[in-house]
Design a protein around this ligand. Structure first.
Ligand code: AMP
Length: 562
């Protein structure tokens, strides 16, 4: 028997309509490439989006066409977030930090027809166009993020016959009405930041995007609401900036877009000036910001929440922000394939009676699956493991905003089995309350004499040292033990007195003796390589930093390392 409720599909247009109708005067603020600020409103973003829809249509963009962007977090990128899917086309956000060959690969794989590119990033495409490497792109549109009149900078090489974004929008009329289509229609395409093999395309739908935005607005999700002033530091080219542009529009929150100003001073200034209340990004961003906040004072009294995901948030990070600034760091987990919100760590009501330490342990977990997402963990024979907080297994997830296939990639999709669940490649334990705690990526676990050591746990233990900025733990093949852990440490300051002994003593508080690295396998390094989305690049660390002759300095016991 059919239910008798309205069949209004879950379309991205409905998100924008709500922002325009109810919150038309609420602000959308963008920081331009030259540091200047552009202020507009959700109403104006809506009007310009509808002009852009007309412009896209008049250029022949058809339903299902892929329209790519190569841009930082800006108002114009936001307009594309709505205009492209609202005419039934697919917004393909390209990660600007990918290596050139991967950019070429994904443009060709996606068969993008148009590319909107920030002027400061456009010269790459002039070259690729010249070389005939991206033949599917018929038109380039330049997004100029400098304040007019633009300073007389050397003119970057632009692709031939490139159009100007504003020149495109200005004469266009506001699009009449809103095309209606099936809610399962593709709306966005994002490729995984593959550290091995080719990137894989995840094709979001209107339905998955709207449901994910609703999940973001749940109190036990990201708790986005109208009163928030939100600044996504997570780039708009990475998993739709964790869905924040959509969830902020849905509830009419003031949205602050930082351009390319993702670190230290520009970020701190924007957080202060716009009285931001919640922000989100990977741990490295917050570690660097914390360092900057030690050097210069800002009024961040409005900032209540930092949502951290993409890599594990350390105890130090959570404690430092709480103690020094009263800011709550909320730990969350997700992937490109999960839109990305999968789990968020919030205290359950049972925690009332828990000690501070027990509460902190729960907050350090990646969290409870958000409403809409189900989880399970499997052993190597695909048997379900108990939720006892101790049995690690591969994490599987399912839900309406989890990918069911990769775009045009049956081989990668085959790895999804068993049917109906997505294999994350992450290894986790789940406790009896349902808190998921990641112990590693499957490929990053260290296997010593057949027993597993969690690299993530060891990194977290190492960064608890006050003189340590960051740490990475990777496996080194070993003839006797199969693999042994190698711990690479970056000091906060070159002169900081941190020794291998200090690190070992810290690790010994949490790890059994057989799990500890050898003293000569604690290496002090100047910096650690990061992936295109700011996570530790363990593949590069393994291949270049732990081999004989690599640039690391072994931290000999009892010798303060220079
Ligand atoms: P991406 O698709 O680039 O967003 O990467 C997803 C991967 O990042 C996940 O499979 C995890 O390995 C890792 N990740 C995401 N969130 C966390 C977290 N809170 N803690 C540890 N690892 C995380």
């Amino acid at each position: 028997m059919d239910g008798l409720m309205m069949r209004d599909g879950l379309l991205i247009g409905s998100i924008l309509r709500r922002a325009e109708t109810l919150f038309g005067s609420k602000e959308v603020v963008s920081r331009r490439g030259d540091g200047s600020i552009v202020r507009t409103t959700w109403g104006e973003v809506g009007r310009r989006t509808r002009k852009l829809m007309t412009a896209l249509k008049s250029m022949g963009v058809q339903p299902g066409d892929r329209v790519a962007t190569f841009a930082w977090n800006s108002q114009r990128h936001l307009e594309l977030y709505f205009a492209v899917p609202m005419i039934g086309a697919v917004l393909h956000t390209i990660n600007i930090r990918l290596p050139r060959e991967q950019i070429v690969y994904i443009i060709n794989h996606a068969q993008d027809r148009m590319l909107f590119v920030d002027k400061s990033l456009a010269c790459l495409f002039a070259e690729l166009q010249e070389a005939g490497s991206i033949p599917s792109i018929e038109r380039f549109v330049i997004i100029d993020e400098l304040a007019p009149p633009a300073p007389a900078l050397p003119r970057p090489a632009l692709p031939r016959s490139a159009l100007d974004y504003e020149a495109l929008i200005e004469p266009a009329s506001v699009f009449e009405g809103e095309p209606v289509f099936d809610e399962e229609t593709a709306s966005g395409l994002c490729y995984t930041s593959a550290t091995t093999g080719d990137p894989k395309g995840v094709l979001y739908s209107h339905r998955s995007t709207v449901l994910h935005a609703m999940g973001n607005c749940m109190v036990d999700g990201a708790a986005m609401c109208e009163r928030e002033i939100a600044l996504p530091v997570v780039p708009m080219f990475h998993v739709n900036a964790w869905g924040m542009p959509y969830s902020c529009a849905m509830v009419g929150a003031k949205l602050v877009l930082p351009g390319s100003g993702f670190v230290g001073q520009p970020l701190a200034e924007l957080l202060e000036a716009e009285k931001v209340t919640c922000t989100a990004g990977v741990p490295t961003v917050w570690t660097l910001l914390y360092q900057h906040l030690q050097e210069k004072t800002y009024d961040l009294s409005h900032l209540k929440t930092i949502l951290v995901g993409g890599a594990a948030a350390s105890r130090t990070l959570i404690e430092n922000y709480k103690r020094d600034f009263g800011i709550t760091v909320i730990h969350a987990w997700g992937m490109t394939e999960t839109s990305p919100m999968g789990t968020v760590s919030r205290l359950r009501s049972e925690s009332e009676g828990w000690s501070q330490e027990r509460k902190l342990e729960a907050l350090l977990c990646q969290g409870l699956p958000v409403p809409g997402v189900e989880v399970r963990i499997l052993d190597e024979h695909d048997r379900d493991l108990p939720w006892d907080g101790q049995s690690p297994g591969e994490l599987l997830v399912r839900g309406p905003w989890i990918a069911r296939e990769y775009y045009n990639n049956p081989a990668a999709t085959a790895a999804f089995q068993p049917e109906g669940w997505f294999r994350t490649g992450d290894v986790a334990v789940i406790d009896p309350f349902g808190y998921v705690r990641l112990t590693d990526r499957k490929k990053d676990l260290i296997k010593r004499k057949g027993e597993w050591i969690s690299s993530v746990d060891m990194e977290n233990a190492a960064v608890a040292h006050p003189g340590v900025l960051e740490a990475a733990v990777v496996a080194r093949p070993d003839a006797v033990c199969d693999e042994v852990p190698v711990c690479l440490v970056v000091k906060k300051e070159p002169q900081a007195s941190v020794t291998a002994d200090d690190i070992l003593a810290l690790l010994a508080q949490r790890f059994a003796k057989w799990q500890l690295p050898r003293p000569e396998d604690i290496l002090f390094v100047e910096s650690l390589p990061k992936t295109s989305v700011g996570k530790l690049d363990k593949k590069r660390i393994r291949s270049t930093m732990i081999q004989p002759g690599a640039a690391a300095v072994p931290g000999t016991p009892r010798t303060p390392s220079a």
